[in-house]
Design a protein around this ligand. Structure first.
Ligand code: 13P
Length: 254
C-alpha cells in the first residue's frame, strides 16, 4: 500500500513573523520549480499561522497548529480552539506532543478529546505518542506506545483525518535516534494496533510519522523504512535548507 509521505515541521516556541513569512515564501518558490512526491506541512506557533497561510497560499505548503483545546470556544484564557486554527487556514493540528504531556499534564484522555475537537473542525489531528528513556530501558516501549495509541485515538478517527507521530521522548532534541530495526518494530506495532482499532484497510492507509532528531543526514534511511510514512521534525525544520534537504531525502528514499 503506497502511502504519500508527510514531511511535517514542528517549530515549537520559535520564530518571528518575518522569519516565518520568509520561510513560507522560500518553500513556495521551491515548490513552484517542482512539486516533490510528498505532502509538506509546517506547524508554527499559533501567532504565525495567519501570516504563514497567507504567504504559502496555493503553493502546496500546508500550515498547522501545535495544540488545540478540547472545547470549540469558551472561558479558557490563553488557549486556542480548533475552529480558530481552521479559520486562519490551518489544515492540521498536532495534539499530545510529549512536551505538552509533560509541561501541561495532558493525559491520553485529554489528547483524545483534543483530536476529536480537531476532527469536529475539519482539521487533521497529528497524535503524538512515544516512550521515555526510563520506559525504554525497562523494556516497556511497545506496551507504552500501544496503550497511548489505543487511549489517545478518538472515535471517528480515519486515515484521512488522523496521522500518528511516533516520537521517542529521549530522541527529541538530543541528536540520538533509535536503531533502524527498533523504529521499524515500533511502527509495525502501531500499525498492528491500528488494525485492531480501525480495521485492516484503514490501517494500511494510516500515516505513521517518525519524530526525534530527524535531520538531513539520517532522514533518508528513516523515511525508507516500510512503515515510516514521513517525519515530524523539530530543530531541523527551522531552516529552509535543512527542511528542504529532508524533503528531497525522503522523496529519494521511496
Ligand atoms: P527534534 O527534531 O528537534 O528532535 O524535535 C522532534 C519533535 O519533537 C517534533 O515534534
Amino acid at each position: 500500500m503506497a502511502r504519500r509521505l508527510l514531511i511535517a515541521g514542528n517549530w515549537k516556541m520559535n520564530q518571528t513573523k518575518r522569519e516565518a513569512v520568509a520561510f513560507a515564501e522560500a518553500v513556495a518558490t521551491r515548490l513552484a520549480a517542482g512539486r516533490p512526491d510528498a505532502d509538506l506541512l509546517i506547524c508554527p506557533p499559533a501567532t504565525l499561522v495567519d501570516a504563514m497561510t497567507g504567504a504559502s497560499s496555493g503553493s502546496g505548503l500546508a500550515i498547522g497548529g501545535q495544540d488545540c483545546h478540547t472545547a470549540k470556544n469558551g472561558a479558557h484564557t490563553g488557549d486556542i480552539a480548533a475552529p480558530m486554527l481552521k479559520d486562519l487556514g490551518a489544515s492540521h493540528v498536532i495534539v499530545g506532543h510529549s512536551e505538552r504531556r509533560a509541561d501541561h499534564g495532558e493525559t491520553n484522555a485529554v489528547v483524545r478529546d483534543k483530536a476529536a475537537a480537531a476532527h469536529a473542525s475539519g482539521l487533521v489531528a497529528i497524535i503524538c505518542i512515544g516512550e521515555t528513556e526510563a520506559e525504554r530501558d525497562a523494556g516497556k516501549t511497545l506496551a507504552i506506545v500501544e496503550s497511548q495509541f489505543a487511549q489517545s485515538l478518538p472515535a471517528g478517527a480515519t486515515p484521512d483525518n488522523t496521522v500518528i507521530a511516533y516520537e521517542p521522548v529521549w530522541a527529541i532534541g538530543t541528536g540520538r535516534t533509535p536503531p533502524l530495526p527498533e523504529v521499524a518494530e515500533v511502527h509495525a506495532a502501531i500499525r498492528a494496533s491500528a488494525e485492531n482499532a480501525l480495521g485492516a484497510e484503514a490501517a494500511a492507509r494510516l500515516r505513521i510519522l517518525y519524530g526525534g532528531s530527524m535531520k538531513p543526514s539520517n532522514a533518508r534511511e528513516l523515511l525508507a523504512l516500510d512503515d515510516v510514512d514521513g517525519g515530524l521534525i523539530g530543530g531541523a525544520s527551522l531552516k529552509v535548507e535543512d527542511y528542504w534537504a529532508i524533503v528531497t531525502a525522503g522523496t529519494a528514499a521511496v
